[in-house]
Design a binder for this molecule. Structure first.
Ligand code: SF4
Length: 402
């Protein structure tokens, strides 16, 4: 079958759409591709991919926006963007050590749509839908499985309101930016009305999959809900195409800080050079590389997994070769809901009474003769309270309490 070429300059023509339709995020979602017949008009599928798409009907669905499809290589099944969205038959295989719920979220859920694992922050799952579905998705037991609408979060919001220790709410899913402006705005307003909630975060892959969604009216809603951080999910420099960079710029220009999470994926971004290109491109787009995630142990994702040492070796290789701002933390989310820990290279070679010896980024052995100070008590003098009710009251301008 002859493929329809996806021109870089006018990709809408391949879809018999106008440029205005292509730039409409709802058009992108309505025309998302989810069948073998549709995708084969543009992409030369392998037998393995065909089997993967067929299998995905019983698991994490296959769906990709026309926009993201236009970025993949239609002839190369090893394309790093293509492998993230087109299923492979390997997803059907279960491996020892994998979990249906790798992060123990279901057992830490005090209300529908809410996960409470840490003392001060919670995860709110606002929808099960995503603009496209990532084949490495950790939450694949839920993602794309429901009716698609927003679940009732009344109990979750009531729980947050009753738990004064909750200072930070991460809204994720699914992808919360697939909610309408009104639905998302109403959710943000309800959370903002809870006095002890200080920080809101939104986890989203929309800037990569459907950057047209970042409209001026959405940006204004997010800006009004501040302090609010948007946590993006880019895994490869090629995902930061001009439309994605422009979407990030609209958010940053409105004063919304952007941090990025990258998932370490074997033979997609599992080399230092590939991640260096991504992290530096993110910084140029004013997005801070925040976490590099070791892939969680979700069922059917073994083909994406790297050894634990790979991420550590990559961070070590980046040190000294790029800005420290371009080096994220390597995070491992422990199975069973025990939370995140971070891994990093150990630059200490040896210690003695006289000095600690480090290997620097060039491999040279360097002593740090660091004399012990005369006083070693590090307790701070004066007031030691961190943030308490009086601080919050002062920020709100509530003089009685402050
Ligand atoms: S956008 Fe996030 S929740 Fe959705 S499929 Fe990708 S990883 Fe999973």
């Amino acid at each position: 079958m002859e493929l329809i070429p996806l021109s870089e300059h006018a990709p809408w023509r391949a879809f018999d759409a106008t440029e205005a339709e292509w730039c409409d995020w709802r058009w992108q979602q309505r025309h998302a591709i989810d069948t073998i017949d549709e995708v084969e008009r543009f992409v030369q599928l392998t037998d393995d991919e065909r089997a993967g798409i067929t299998w995905s009907k019983t698991a994490l669905p296959f769906r990709v926006t026309p926009y993201f499809l236009s970025l993949i290589d239609p002839l190369d099944p090893r394309c790093p963007l293509r492998r993230q969205v087109i299923p492979s038959a390997a997803e059907a295989t279960r491996h020892p050590g994998e979990f249906g719920d790798p992060l123990g979220e279901d057992s830490h859920s005090p209300a529908p749509g809410l996960v409470h694992k840490y003392e001060g922050h919670v995860l709110l799952l606002a929808t099960d839908r995503c603009a496209s579905y990532c084949r490495h998705c950790t939450r694949r037991r839920l993602t794309g499985r429901g009716a698609g609408g927003a679940p009732s979060l009344d109990q979750a919001i009531d729980y947050i309101a009753r738990h004064r220790e909750i200072r930070d709410v991460l809204i994720s899913g699914g992808d919360p930016l697939l909610l309408s402006d009104d639905a998302l705005g109403a959710l943000l307003d309800r959370l903002r009305a809870i006095e002890h909630v200080q920080i809101l975060r939104i986890g989203t892959r929309v800037p990569a999959f459907n950057p047209m969604r970042v409209t001026p009216s959405l940006v204004e809603r997010l800006r009004r809900a501040g302090p609010l951080f948007v946590v993006t999910h880019f895994n490869h420099a090629r995902e930061l195409a001009p439309d994605a960079i422009a979407a990030c710029a609209r958010l940053v220009d409105a004063g919304i800080p952007l941090d990025n999470q990258t998932v370490l994926l074997r033979s997609i971004n599992s080399e230092a050079g590939v991640l260096k290109a991504l992290f530096e491109k993110l910084l140029r787009a004013r997005v801070r590389p925040y976490y590099l995630h070791q892939l969680d142990l979700a069922q059917g994702t073994e083909h994406f997994r790297t050894p634990l040492r790979t991420g550590v070796d990559i961070l070590k290789a980046l040190r000294g070769h790029t800005s420290g701002l371009a080096i994220p933390q390597l995070a491992v989310d422990l199975p069973g809901g025990f939370g995140k820990v971070t891994l990093g290279p150990d630059f200490v070679a040896s210690t003695s009474a006289q000095a600690t010896f480090f290997r620097n980024w060039q491999g040279a052995l360097c002593p740090l003769p660091y004399p012990e100070p005369a006083q070693t008590d590090c307790a701070c003098s004066g007031e030691r309270r961190v943030v308490d009710e009086a601080d919050l009251a002062a920020e709100r301008g509530d003089e009685d309490l402050a």
